[in-house]
Design a protein around this ligand. Structure first.
Ligand code: GTP
Ligand code: MG
Ligand code: ZN
Length: 291
């Protein structure tokens, strides 16, 4: 049997990338009876039935599964923001980072459009997230700045490009590998955001090995499927402190003798990050009410 990775699904067809070519496959009937949903990113074994056509017989165990977008076996998420147009917002960065932490995958912060940036302002943001422990890269798709560094990060991995609309995710992928020819959009002058040029999840093979997934920008991503006491786990700098709070059930809001709040007061946790935590908690509670 042959082995490959599902890079695209269309109706009931699965496009499977092998080391040689892309084979159009259908799924063996028994999987359909089991209502098994095969995802982009799944590694499968298949039999050839004709030239470039096959039937999937086996699905290998998943290493990971990302929910939004639904992709299996993702290694990392590249959270992309633009230094300007649309201007980077730390509140949005914290929200996206928390969502990636929730998925359990490593996040890399990528700041694009550095050709238009005030580098001192961006430098402060970069320092903040590096201190927390995130890898941060500063790039320009337009000027091809640090594209080699980005290529190295992506090498042999499955990476999802996520971030707001219009920040240049598709442009970066085109700069990385011109053969990808992804559609990019003008940032709308009226609202200062792109127009969601990218529509569905698809694995794009990189020449050097590995895959990237371009996703449509999403400006609003709701925190619903998370428990109140899980949110703190989305802030890695809180983790070493959690056992030190007076109450084991501490949510680090109004409770006395809270190690997280003490750390904010002492300056070892950025107040902006704590504020983001409080804001996300409020949102979580607000969303709950609707159910
Ligand atoms: N100055 C400058 N403009 C850029 C850069 N990268 C992208 N742009 C422009 O930003 C706009 C949006 O780029 P896209 O690549 O379509 O953005 P996207 O993140 O894929 O947007 P969605 O698909 O809607 O999520 C386009 O007009 C690009 O030409 C950059 O490094 N510098
Ligand atoms: Mg795009
Ligand atoms: Zn606490």
């Amino acid at each position: 049997m042959n082995q490959g990775t599902v890079i695209k699904t269309y109706n009931s067809f699965y496009y499977v990338q092998t080391s040689q070519s892309v084979v159009t496959c259908t799924l063996r009937g028994r999987f359909k009876q089991e209502r098994f949903s095969l995802l982009v990113g799944d590694v499968v074994r298949f039999n050839h039935i004709a030239n470039e056509k096959g039937v999937i017989e086996e699905i290998l165990p998943r290493r990971s599964m990302l929910k939004r977008p639904m992709v299996a076996n993702v290694d990392q998420v590249l959270l992309t923001f633009a230094a300007v147009n649309p201007d980077i917002s730390c509140i949005l960065v914290d929200r996206f980072l928390a969502l990636v932490e929730l998925s359990g995958l490593p996040a890399i912060l990528c700041i694009n459009k550095m050709d238009m940036a005030d580098s001192a302002d961006i430098g402060k943001i970069v320092d903040r997230y590096r201190q927390i422990g995130y890898q941060v890269i500063q790039v320009s798709a337009k000027q091809a700045w640090s594209i080699d560094q980005l290529r190295e990060i992506l090498n042999d991995k499955v990476t999802v490009f996520a971030g707001p609309s219009g920040v240049g995710k598709s442009s970066l992928l085109n700069a990385l590998q011109p053969g990808l020819t992804l559609t990019t959009g003008e940032v709308s002058k009226k609202i200062g955001r792109g127009r969601h040029t990218t529509r569905y999840a698809e694995l794009l093979p990189l020449e050097a090995g590995g895959f990237v997934v371009d996703t449509p920008g999403f400006s609003f991503t709701e925190f619903t499927d998370i428990e109140e006491n899980e949110l703190m786990r989305c802030f890695p700098e809180f983790l070493p402190l959690l056992a030190k709070c007076r109450f084991s059930t501490c949510l680090h809001l109004k409770e006395p003798q809270c190690a997280v709040k003490d750390a904010v007061a002492a300056g070892s946790i950025f107040p902006e990050r704590y504020d983001a935590y409080v804001a996300l908690m409020a949102e979580l509670r607000e969303n709950r009410k609707g159910y």
